[in-house]
Design a protein around this ligand. Sequence first.
Ligand SMILES: *Cc1c(COP(=O)(O)O)cnc(C)c1O
Length: 227
Amino acid sequence: MFIKEKILQIRKEIPSHVRIVAAAKTRSVPEVEEAIEAGITDIGHNYVQEAEKMAAALPSKAACVTWHMIGEIQTNKINKALNIFNMIQTIDSIEKAEAIDRRAERVGRATLSGLIEVNIAKESAKSGAAPEFENIKAIAERISILKHIELKGLMTMGPVVDDPQKLRPHFRTVKNIFDRLKSLTIENVEMNILSMGMSDSYQVAIEEGANMIRLGTVLFGERHYAR
Ligand SMILES: *Cc1c(COP(=O)(O)O)cnc(C)c1O
């Protein structure tokens, strides 16, 4: 099936308030272009340099695209990332938030949107903030007083599992943290984006309250890593 048909099919299948972020790592410019033509307005990328090339190669219609950083953001790539991304979904510590804010100040960037990434299963190999509520709250409170980051919600990856149902309790926990943070009504913190669910798990994630899903394989087909 073509990318366009896939997108239209999934769009029909999910509630209209759920935003699809097309995860574009390893994809070609024509593939991403086709996704945009099918109505995709949010593009996620894991690598700053590849995203930069892609953004430059896409024609002017990409101007209305919101770019999401969904990979781990290295400190030495923040400046470049600020040129491309509208939202950074992978803020996982106070230090990282401060580093982003400092560089945004330096390059004269007004504000960008941010999500806190929650490492829900406490996997040591994964980035993301430890999932204890007090920890996430402390990061949120710190971001709330930074000038250049507007905190909009939470993101989570979840462990690799054979059955997406196994992710349900994890998604539920993140939704719970999300709701608790929202009820605190921290100044300058919106808490209205909950980014969870990928190709194999988006249905479960939506059932558990996700309103943003990040899809790669199910839109573009299997990934083939060139290196
Ligand atoms: C690659 C990636 C996705 C999409 O993964 P698929 O399983 O191909 O849908 C979503 N989120 C992040 C953070 C990713 O790196």
